[in-house]
Design a protein around this ligand. Structure first.
Ligand code: TRP
Ligand code: SF4
Length: 399
């Protein structure tokens, strides 16, 4: 439960839309009740692809936090912060860059993909190549166990695991590691030490994963040992050195089912989105302009909902009953497309109404937003600082 830490970030490159809400935010909001959750605005990451665009970062960052809060992210349950307010991310990024092979970065799929997709931009920068490593620093500095991301980011989490493993391998071998680990085993008390030793032996001699899982659980329960010792003993059980950086796992968010106005995935770059701040009248116009099954030229022409993006929206917003009405009405030419779109317009506006009310409330209180960002960032920073102490220690930067 709360002993797992969740972390995820979003780049402040534009307005949040219904795709973000259904695909990302609802998931974050649910996770915050189950895990110790960290959510941040990846403002430095915005520069990796938008360094020459004069995007209004200040406005984007605060709008993003406002939209998060308005949809239900809770600053009392989650730690909400801004990347650049925790400069330790940059220090870890730099130090990790010393051990990360260049070829690992060149091999990350998004590197070539994005360069091809965003041909008009010059992405042959050092910062863009290092994008995934900065992301690794974001994750590792909080020792996050779970990283909720979409499919396109899974490779970055995998990469982060490798970066952590390599770092631990190189710097986790303190000169007196074995002695320290043995001393820590003794501190657990007779019975527990015996159990730990048996599990360690079983894992190392037979490769029995179950034993390793049990050893980890056992370490999790110990009250008498320090965090440093626990990390030492985790590594000791696995036959490695001290585990300084935790390998995270991707928590794959199911592909957002939220279609855009043209039936493709909703995305800013396809210009097919409805923003969380879209006014009701404008939602109506956008939906009314949506293309429908081209076979329905006249009202009397029957259509096929499978060929119509409006019906995809019905799938998300409508009851069984309405779906039936759409199906019948469309295939038997009993309803017109404008009529068919009405319930969708109503449902979207009903969904947005409370969100927009909240947005207005937060907008009228910019100090509160500043305060939430400040406090969240300070509390994130305390965790980041403590990880950096361990990292510097392991690397011998202790003078
Ligand atoms: N790269 C992510 C994206 O574009 C944003 C991001 C930056 C992130 N740092 C992160 C996501 C750390 C998860 C964890 O969506
Ligand atoms: Fe699409 Fe509805 Fe028109 Fe059928 S009636 S084509 S489902 S908008």
């Amino acid at each position: 439960m709360k002993d797992h830490r969740v972390l995820s970030g979003m780049r402040p490159t534009g307005q949040l839309h219904l795709g973000h809400y259904h695909g990302v935010l609802k998931n974050w909001i649910q996770l915050q009740n189950e895990y110790d959750s960290y959510y941040f605005v990846a403002d430095w990451h915005a520069f990796t692809t938008h360094y020459s665009d004069r995007i209004n970062l200040e406005e984007n960052v605060s709008d993003m936090v406002v939209d998060w809060l308005a949809t239900g992210l809770n600053p009392n349950t989650s730690t909400i912060f801004v990347q650049s307010k925790v400069p330790e991310h940059a220090e870890l990024h730099l130090l990790l860059s010393m051990t990360t092979p260049l070829s690992w970065l060149e091999r990350v799929p998004s590197y070539k993909d994005q360069q091809e997709k965003l041909k008009t931009k010059d992405l042959s920068t050092y910062g863009f190549l290092g994008y995934p490593l900065l992301q690794s620093a974001d994750i590792l500095i909080y020792k996050a166990g779970l990283v909720p991301v979409g499919e396109d980011q899974v490779a970055h989490v995998e990469f982060t695991r490798e970066v952590a493993r390599r770092f631990n391998f190189i710097y986790g071998r303190e000169a007196d590691f074995e002695e320290k680990a043995e001393a820590a085993v003794t501190k657990m008390g007779k019975k527990q030490s015996k159990l730990y030793r048996a599990l360690r032996k079983s894992y190392q001699e037979t490769g029995d994963d179950e034993s390793l899982v049990k050893a980890k659980a056992l370490l999790g329960e110990q009250q008498n040992i320090t965090l440093g010792d626990r990390e030492r003993l985790l590594g000791y059980a696995e036959g490695l050195g001290k585990i300084i950086l935790t390998e995270p796992e991707a928590l794959l968010t199911k592909a957002s089912k939220m279609p855009g106005l043209d039936g493709q995935k909703m995305s800013k770059s396809y210009n097919n989105m409805i923003s969380l701040r879209q006014e009701p009248e404008s939602v109506k116009q956008k939906i009314n302009r949506m293309p429908t099954d081209p076979a329905r030229v006249k009202l009397t022409d029957p259509g096929d909902p499978k060929k119509c993006p409006v019906s995809q929206l019905h799938q998300i917003y409508s009851s069984e009953e309405t779906l039936k009405w759409v199906n019948e009405g469309c295939t038997k030419a009993k309803i017109g497309c404008i009529e068919c779109k009405m319930p969708v317009i109503e449902a979207i506006n009903a969904e947005l109404e409370p969100i927009q009310e909240n947005i207005a409330k937060y907008q009228s209180n910019p100090n509160l937003i500043q305060e939430i960002i400040f406090e969240g960032s300070e509390s994130a920073r305390a965790v980041a600082r403590s990880t950096m102490e361990e990292v510097r220690d392991a690397m011998g930067i202790t003078y």
